[in-house]
Design a protein around this ligand. Structure first.
Ligand SMILES: Cc1cc2nc3c(=O)[nH]c(=O)nc-3n(C[C@H](O)[C@H](O)[C@H](O)COP(=O)(O)O)c2cc1C
Length: 325
């Protein structure tokens, strides 16, 4: 399948793996890239720019295909040394960067000069237009269904994607709720040039996380995610567990008086305990409604091959079959 996204990133299939904290290690990114998609190392999971440089080198040993790095710009208290991370990306010869969160404008000239293509992840048409106006090469449009931070507008992909298609000139991929060949064809029909997946890639053999995390995704239905931190305007879609129930109880009790410090135990520094140790009650972790469509743990190659075969068959048979001769 050839789309503007496969051409932009030099990949075989229009499937991107979104950056995922404590999941997007070299093993994950290389598995996706080796299967013909675009894998993404999560920059800030690496504690320093030197660590990121080593992770990029490790990934390079596992694949000779293109892969990218996610750089998330969030209002965190201890701001990471972003210029050093950018240097590690450029010096490491990485040619694709997924930015997310705040505006990446400051770093675009340096990235573009090094031949890096930038895809900015955003949750609204106005932010997508902003990304286009500052010179991003593509955007990833993240609907309300998505794992992680869906923003505050709550527009699901059936509206958001055609709205993006109506307004944007640069290519975009559909993100949030994507799982299979049906998702890919629907996304293409709504105007996207490919898909970005998070949650679906965690439930694969190669995802470098504890087996409990994979099983939790397989066991979850589309009803099992919750939105937390809305009151802080930092909404996150997470899988419901005991910590999330506790967090939501605090949100109810404290109302508008809620501060980040009140919920720090449920959200800060919990990822290693969940992803590495498999302690599924340790805190709140991002998970999409798409969990309801995930029923198995294939290899990444099997998953991507299956998506492409299903998409091809839907286009050639199911859709073509609706047309009268
Ligand atoms: C466990 C987990 C961690 C994530 N961490 C990040 C992150 O650090 N930065 C980021 O931009 N997106 C992050 N995301 C969002 C994904 O990149 C992607 O946009 C999202 O998962 C798409 O929705 P889906 O899960 O329905 O496919 C995370 C998602 C998950 C499931």
């Amino acid at each position: 399948m050839k789309t503007k996204i496969t051409e932009l990133f030099g990949i075989e299939h229009p499937i991107i793996q979104g950056g995922m904290h404590h999941v997007g290690y070299a093993e994950m990114a290389a598995a996706v890239s080796n299967a013909g998609g675009l894998g993404m190392i999560t920059g800030l999971t690496q504690r320093s720019a030197d660590d990121l440089a080593r992770e990029i080198a490790r990934c390079r040993e596992m694949t000779d295909k293109p892969f990218g790095v996610n750089l998330t710009f969030l209002p965190i208290i201890n701001t990471p040394d972003y210029p050093a991370y950018i240097r590690a990306i450029v010096d490491g010869g990485v040619k694709a960067v997924e930015t997310a969160g705040n505006n990446p404008q400051k770093y675009l000239p340096q990235l573009h000069e090094a031949g890096v293509k930038v895809i900015h992840k955003c949750t609204s048409v106005r932010h997508a237009l902003k990304a286009q106006s500052i010179g991003c090469d593509a955007v990833s449009v993240d609907g309300f269904e998505c794992a992680g931070h869906p923003g505050e507008d709550d527009v699901p992909n059936f509206i958001l994607l055609p709205r993006a298609a109506d307004e944007l000139e640069i290519p975009f991929v559909a993100s949030g709720g994507m799982a299979d060949g049906r998702s890919l064809v629907a996304a293409l029909a709504l105007g996207a040039q490919g898909i970005n997946m998070g949650t679906r890639f965690i439930a694969t053999k190669e995802a470098p996380v504890h087996e409990n995390v994979k099983q939790a995704i397989v066991a979850a239905s589309e009803l099992d995610t919750r939105l937390v931190m809305r009151g802080l305007r930092n909404t996150e879609r997470v899988l419901r567990n005991a910590a999330v129930d506790r967090l939501m109880e605090k949100e109810r009790a404290l109302g508008a008086a809620l501060k980040f410090e009140d919920i720090i135990e449920e959200v800060a520094g919990v990822y290693p305990r969940i992803m590495k140790e498999g302690d599924m009650e340790a805190g709140a972790w991002s998970c999409g409604m798409v969990a309801g469509l995930i029923h198995d743990i294939p290899t990444v190659q099997e998953l991507i091959d299956r998506i492409m075969a299903e998409a091809t068959s839907i286009i050639r048979q199911r859709l073509a079959g609706f047309l009268a001769d």
